[in-house]
Design a protein around this ligand. Structure first.
Ligand code: BJW
Length: 253
């Protein structure tokens, strides 16, 4: 089905959109994905970099990887897909964005209702005293030298404020993701491989609650089989077309 027909059909009911987002949305902003052809997990092992055990074993290696990603991020800007979601929100058609991305690009695109379920790469925290600070300044992220000790308790190496494998998503954030899903009539699933739990369960949960699921991806994923529609192609191209059409049709109603 083409985007026009999908939008016509969606507009037959009330439009309240929740978006579930993954790394694919930021690819056009220059941020690499994790899986797939050019994904980071082809180059590095997740178990060496994105687990609490990896950080305990080799914090320097983990910090090097995060610093390298931070350097990329300092030059990154939101792309038309991020902006399309901001436009939906401004039109009053969106409830919120549940993003697995830690890059903060939705906030820079001026979306307001965002829940960053896997945390935020631009912050570092102390797991001992819970001190938290921004570390996305050039001076902090460009220096590959010392390990950053907590400036508050001075006892612990601070860690990126992200959620690693084997860690729980903060319950406040997860509750918000569930609340927004239950409020929605439409879920957009954008640029995610749909293999990481618990986020991968959200589209299934949505389907069980009679919410229409629309996937935006460049290829088939495990989400495709449960989606009402899959829109294949780079989301920085397809999503702005979709959101513009849905905005136009809702203005006419
Ligand atoms: C485009 C595009 C374009 C490209 N347009 N599309 C065994 C041991 C330990 C844990 C587990 C275990 N077995 C299962 C688990 C649970 C684990 C899990 O799910 N593992 C699976 C991988 C097997 N999950 C967890 O551990 C979670 N916690 C949890 O479950 O707690 C309870 C529990 C604890 C212990 C045991 C069991 C349960 C936490 C998960 C945290 C994930 N963390 C990371 C790193 C975050 C920090 C950081 O960024 O550094 O989050 S991993 C990585 O994957 C990152 C992402 O947010 C996440 C999802 O990836 P995403 O966004 O889908 O990206 P990709 O690359 O996979 O896909 C990109 C997609 O875009 C592709 O489909 C492309 O086609 C598409 N695309 N260009 C549109 N232009």
């Amino acid at each position: 089905m083409d985007i026009d027909s999908i939008v016509q059909e969606l507009a037959l009911s009330e439009i309240k959109i929740v978006s579930v987002v993954g790394a694919g949305i930021s690819k056009a902003s220059g941020m690499p994905t994790f899986r797939g052809k050019d994904g980071m997990w082809n180059q590095y092992r997740a178990s060496d970099l994105a687990t609490p055990y990896a950080f305990q074993k080799d914090p320097r290696l983990v910090w090097e990887w995060y610093r390298a990603r931070m350097r990329l991020l300092l030059d990154a800007k939101p792309n038309p897909a991020h902006k399309a979601l901001t436009n939906l929100e401004r039109e009053g058609l969106a409830i919120g964005i549940v993003t697995q991305n830690v890059d903060g690009l939705h906030e820079i695109a001026e979306s307001k209702n965002i829940v960053e379920v896997h945390g935020r790469i631009r912050y570092a925290r102390c797991s001992l005293c819970n001190y938290i600070e921004r570390w996305d300044s050039k001076e902090k992220s460009l220096k590959d030298s010392d390990l950053p000790y907590c400036p508050n308790c001075e006892k612990q190496i601070i860690r990126p404020d992200v959620v690693w494998f084997g860690e729980q998503i903060e319950s406040k954030r997860w509750d918000k993701a569930i609340e927004w899903t239950l409020e929605a009539t439409i879920m957009l699933v954008i640029g995610t491989s749909g293999v990481v739990v618990p986020v991968s369960s959200l589209p299934i949960f949505a389907k069980k609650n009679n919410i229409k699921v629309i996937e935006f991806n460049i290829e088939t994923t495990p989400i495709s089989s449960i989606s009402d529609y899959s829109i294949f192609g780079p989301c920085e191209e397809t999503l702005p077309v979709f959101t513009q059409k849905i905005i136009e049709i809702s203005r006419r109603q």
